[in-house]
Design a protein around this ligand. Structure first.
Ligand code: COA
Ligand code: ADP
Length: 600
């Protein structure tokens, strides 16, 4: 490398001051491009399509996986393998002659793994229209050719959007890694099992008598598929590992056959549940793919697929299991009603029940995780089966609020700052200051809401309703009436706390309203709702923390803060002062050891 090129490379490195300035300048001029971003555009040809002239989802999965893998390898600088892919919802099919545009970029690197976001759009070249097909998050693991563990360098977010993705990627990873255990816990949960069984009978009653049902029902054996594939060099990367996308494509192929056998028509794949590549496969492997319809619902069916590998006399290795949701569309594009199925007595019956459970979980997950905040009712009913998703949503919403860059400094008093952010229908505020207390201590003290009465005059009462787990609690909080003669208000709040994932992350305590059948609103109390509130706490030094309190102000909170925002009072300052006094007085009670996220 010439000296001038070396100098340029050094000065351009993201960590050099010049590199940072240059990046920011590029961001400003909207010319910045994420260094891990990879794009792929492909015209859909008949060879990529099924008999309905639609791009086969298997082909799309191959393109998505290979584009994402190149993005991961751009950051890692060494070969990467697909570890998992989160839920994918397909919003549209793609026709022959249309163009598929895929954009992938690494959102965050952890230790040896990284999250890659994949955006798929479709373009019609004849009218210039473009629309979203799906968005997926995949995790890739970097592997040295020798097999030793790679320690990836961190990805530094440069724009607000990258900052937000980087921040919430840690939350998504937490959920991914416990996905298998969540599913097991929920499926084994006694009350959940009971509700599923009851739901099953209600469905049978509403769709006719049991004997009628049995007559119409399609025996699942009729949908069973088994197919073998030999992994050839064309299916593998230069490390001879089978491409994840290729395995997904084979899995989608057998799932489509199973779904078609049920309805004797062409099925459309609508969604694939989050899945995990449990172990590698390589050239020379025989892959055995098995699929069967596990259950049908009114307008959709769940097909389960299992991929196992063997070589010679070796025992079968479990590579992957996936659950796919198909619909059958009529000529007008509306989903057709599907026949019920008759499962086999043992394994089939278990899968039949589990498919009902997965449908409930899938809906919760889609609704709570993928919905925009404004599309969700303020308070979502809490139950053990949606707990993990509500907790995710709680922390996600606060991290997204914190990542916004249009906060405006509204008021400052003795280095306590009040910021506001006005949007169409909402007003958000944050109060920020430094306190001479270690961040971990502040986190422990602020995450216990029962202590808040000691410093927040708006908390008349706070009772712990349920300790869901170490990081999630549900409280009932009573606050004074807004008007003099008015009723007092109460809130049912879920508090979710997270220690940092790594050094650049804050401690987070997120609050949102939930509803509980045991704590319905009463006549004498106004039930208030919190959309998103909470704290982020950063380490400034071993003895000082920067604490920020956020609130996406609902009608109930506005009266308390509006005079501050209008400059007529500074109650935010007195609240923060009493919070900091509380933290200083109690800092010896809470250990200051740095906490690290246990799920990571
Ligand atoms: N989703 C996302 N990431 C996961 C994961 C999952 N379900 N399971 C493990 N990981 C991550 C871990 O968090 C860890 O990340 P980190 O290093 O950043 O902390 C990384 O994978 C390695 O984990 P480790 O515990 O060292 O290894 P493992 O024994 O769990 O193996 C894989 C993980 C993915 C490497 C292993 O399962 C594998 O080789 N799978 C097949 C991958 C492949 O070949 N895919 C292509 C198609 S076959
Ligand atoms: P589970 O049986 O708990 O669902 P598996 O990983 O064994 O988990 O299988 C995943 C899915 O693959 C099953 O739900 C089923 O739909 C399908 N499957 C498994 N084994 C077979 C088989 N022998 N024939 C057809 N499909 C199968």
């Amino acid at each position: 490398m010439s000296r001038s090129v070396q100098w340029f490379t050094k000065m351009s490195s993201p960590n050099s001051t010049w590199g940072k300035l240059k990046d920011l300048a590029l961001v400003d001029r909207e010319m910045y491009r994420n260094p891990t971003e990879v794009k792929k555009s492909q015209i859909v040809m008949p060879c990529h399509a099924n008999h309905c002239q639609e791009l086969s989802v298997g082909q799309l999965l191959k393109w998505m996986d290979s584009t994402a893998c190149l993005s991961a390898e751009r950051h890692a600088g060494c070969p990467c393998v697909t570890a998992s892919v989160d839920d994918i919802y397909f919003e549209h099919t793609i026709g022959v002659g249309q163009v598929v545009n895929i954009k992938a970029k690494a959102n965050r690197a952890f230790n040896s793994s990284m999250e890659v976001g994949i955006e798929v759009t479709c373009e019609d070249l004849f009218n210039g229209r473009c629309w979203k097909v799906c968005y997926a998050y995949a995790t890739f693991v970097a592997r040295h050719p020798g097999g030793e563990k790679v320690h990836l360098r961190q990805l530094v977010p440069r724009t607000q959007a990258e900052q937000a993705e980087h921040s919430v990627a840690a939350e998504r990873r937490r959920m991914r890694l416990i996905h298998h255990d969540i599913m097991k816990d929920i499926l084994n949960n006694e009350s959940f099992q009971k509700s599923i069984t009851e739901g099953f009978y209600i469905r049978q009653l509403s769709s006719g008598t049991e004997s009628q049902d049995l007559q119409e029902a399609v025996p699942t054996e009729r949908t069973q598929v088994e197919s073998v594939e030999l992994v050839l060099p064309t299916h593998a990367n230069h490390q001879v590992n089978t491409f994840g996308g290729q395995i997904m494509a084979w899995m989608e192929n057998v799932a489509t056959i199973a779904a078609s056998r049920l309805c004797n028509a062409h099925p459309t794949l609508k969604a694939i549940d989050m899945f995990h590549f449990r172990g590698p496969s390589s050239v020379g492997d025989r892959l055995v793919l098995k699929a069967i319809v596990n259950n049908t619902f009114m307008n959709s069916m769940e097909v389960g697929v299992c991929a196992e590998a063997y070589k010679g006399e070796e025992p079968l290795r479990h590579i992957n299991s996936a659950f796919m949701t198909f619909e059958v569309l009529d000529e007008a594009g509306r989903p057709r009603t599907l026949p019920p199925i008759r499962p086999e007595p043992t394994e089939g019956k278990r899968r039949y029940q589990e498919a009902i459970a997965r449908k409930k979980i899938r809906l919760d997950r889609k609704y709570i995780i993928s919905c925009k905040q404004t599309e969700m009712p303020l308070s979502v009913p809490w139950d053990p089966s949606n707990q993990v998703y509500l907790s995710y949503n709680n922390v996600f919403a606060l991290k997204m609020l914190a990542a916004r860059d249009n906060w405006v400094l509204n008021h400052e008093k003795n280095q306590v700052s009040l910021y506001t952010m006005e949007e169409d229908k909402s007003l958000c505020f944050k109060v920020e200051a430094e306190v001479a207390v270690p961040a971990a201590t502040a986190f422990l003290l602020l995450s216990d809401l029962t202590c808040r009465q000691e410093w927040d005059r708006h908390y008349n009462l706070c009772e712990l309703i349920t300790k869901v787990d170490e990081d999630d609690m549900i409280y009932r909080v009573v606050t004074p009436s807004v008007s003099e003669a008015g009723k007092v208000q109460d809130f049912v709040l879920m508090a979710s706390r997270r220690p940092p994932c790594d050094r650049g992350d804050p401690y987070v305590v997120a609050l949102r309203s939930v509803t509980l059948p045991t704590h319905q609103p009463t006549e004498d109390v106004n039930r208030g709702e919190v959309m998103c509130a909470g704290f982020t706490i950063y380490d400034i030094s071993s003895s000082t923390a920067k604490i920020t309190y956020y609130n996406q102000a609902s009608a109930e909170v506005l009266p308390y803060i509006s005079t501050d925002i209008a400059g007529l009072s500074s109650s935010f300052y007195s609240s923060f002062l009493s919070c900091s006094r509380f933290l200083l007085e109690h800092k010896a009670d809470a250990p200051a050891t740095n906490l690290v996220s246990t799920a990571l």
